[in-house]
Design a protein around this ligand. Structure first.
Ligand code: ATP
Ligand code: MG
Length: 416
């Protein structure tokens, strides 16, 4: 074959695509009751939108972005995540002038140049939300409540919710110093990447997936012991609200997340059923980002769900049921062909899935095709049926046969 798709991207085909549609429609319905409205930002932005916000020393910016120069020589990047574009759009469109909080969701493809494997693609999809203008920890709890409710309705069980607070610009410097001190004694265990960047961004080491760096996590100083009163109070209140909403969660003090813009609350939802790429969703607060982008000071938070992983979990639990045609017309003779052609148009207009056979092949061969399409009924029309004003039906699951008058077709199909 002459052309193949790029490595790490994939064609999304039926019947799996039916599950994607289900998930998307659940998103729209469920998020609406929490006041979220859809935003559709572009899939590309100027590179700085990402490099400044996600952080120059993060995995995403250092090695995962699809960046190119356009014909005018500007550096453009295919979005690796959705928060930075939404923040850019929030400011550019003056959405901060609307009553707060402003809550938005998006659904769409993201691009990261990673090593493709199970649960890791180069073009993947996220459902994400961002809420602007509310600093109260009840907003954090409300967002986790929405995420929990959504995943529950999607039919997924056995998820672990982990939360942590990574402090703010007040308390993080002291923690950073403590971490630098600790890592300075352990340089031999660090991977080359972390060795290079531990001075610039020591928190990154805690998010590194290399064996040596991971092994340090348990012994490293804990951010929880360094939180300022504001951050500690926020985190304590959040835990209380999560308890009040009966959201089962675990505090994971070693979690830091791979993007620089987070402060205070961060969280991650994982499933053992996913194997080593076990995160289904992740997010947190980014109270300073809007301001850093040139907007007014605006507390904000958000999360993103990985759609491939979500769909994988749903598939494992209940598979996909492929929809089938209701009726497959099997006709003998020109008159029957003409009649079925007209009837099919009417029936389709009423929402019935009808297939026609243009082959002019034998009755037997048309019936075989009806079967291969998985149709519920074959509607058979020949000369006799035409003169009697009926169609003969055959239910393909059990072979039951009978006749219906043409006027009675819709009652027969239950769509009158
Ligand atoms: P991971 O730890 O798996 O690398 P991440 O921290 O890079 O995840 P986020 O940037 O938080 O991921 O994105 C949110 C979600 O998007 C992840 O929890 C995951 O479900 C999904 N995701 C991230 N990267 C990919 C990818 N390359 N392929 C498929 N899904 C992905
Ligand atoms: Mg990643």
């Amino acid at each position: 074959m002459k052309y193949r798709a790029i490595k790490g991207v994939r064609d999304l085909l039926p019947p799996e695509v039916n599950l994607w549609q289900e998930v998307e429609s659940l998103t729209r319905r469920f998020f609406a009751s929490y006041g979220y409205r859809e935003m559709r930002p572009p899939v590309m932005e100027f590179t700085e939108v990402f490099s400044r916000s996600i952080g120059e020393t993060t995995d995403i910016v250092e090695k995962e972005m699809y960046t190119f120069h356009d014909r005018a020589g500007r550096s453009i990047t295919l979005r690796p995540e959705g928060t930075a574009p939404v923040v850019r759009a929030y400011i550019q469109n003056h959405l901060y002038t609307l009553p707060s909080p402003q809550k938005y969701y998006y659904i769409g493809p993201m691009f990261r140049y990673e090593r493709p494997q199970k649960g890791r693609l180069r073009q993947f999809h996220q459902i994400g939300v961002e809420a602007f203008g509310e600093k109260d920890p009840r907003m954090d709890a409300e967002m986790l409540d929405m995420l929990r409710g959504f995943l529950e309705r999607a039919g997924i069980e056995g998820l672990t919710f982990e939360v942590n607070s990574i402090g703010c610009e007040v308390c993080r410097p002291a923690y950073r110093e403590a971490l630098l001190g600790f890592l300075g004694e352990e340089l031999g265990s660090l991977c080359p990447d972390c060795l290079r960047r531990y001075r610039v961004n020591p928190l990154r080491v805690l998010d590194c997936k290399a064996e040596g760096c991971r092994s340090l996590r348990e012994r490293a100083p804990r951010i929880g012991e360094y939180l300022c009163t504001g951050c500690a109070g926020h985190f304590e209140a959040l835990r209380g609200h999560l308890d009040a909403l009966r959201i089962p969660f675990r505090v994971n003090q070693a979690m830091v997340r791979g993007l620089d813009y987070y402060r205070r609350t961060i969280f991650e939802v994982t499933s053992e059923a996913l194997g080593s790429q076990d995160a289904v969703a992740a997010g947190g607060r980014y109270d300073r980002l809007v301001e850093e982008f040139g907007g007014p000071p605006t507390p904000a938070l958000g999360f993103a769900i990985g759609m491939e992983r979500l769909v994988m979990l749903i598939m494992e639990r209940r598979g996909v049921k492929e929809p089938v045609p209701e009726v497959y017309f099997v006709t003998i003779g020109k008159e029957a062909e003409a009649l079925s052609f007209r009837l099919a148009s009417e029936m389709r207009g009423r929402g019935v899935w009808v297939e026609l056979d243009y082959s002019g092949a034998s009755l037997r061969s048309q019936l075989r095709k009806a079967d291969r399409h998985g149709a519920r009924y074959a509607f058979i029309i020949g000369e006799e049926e035409i003169s009697a004003g009926v169609v003969r039906y055959k239910r393909l699951s059990d072979g039951e046969q009978g006749e219906v008058r043409i006027e009675g077709i819709y009652r027969f199909l239950g769509v009158e």
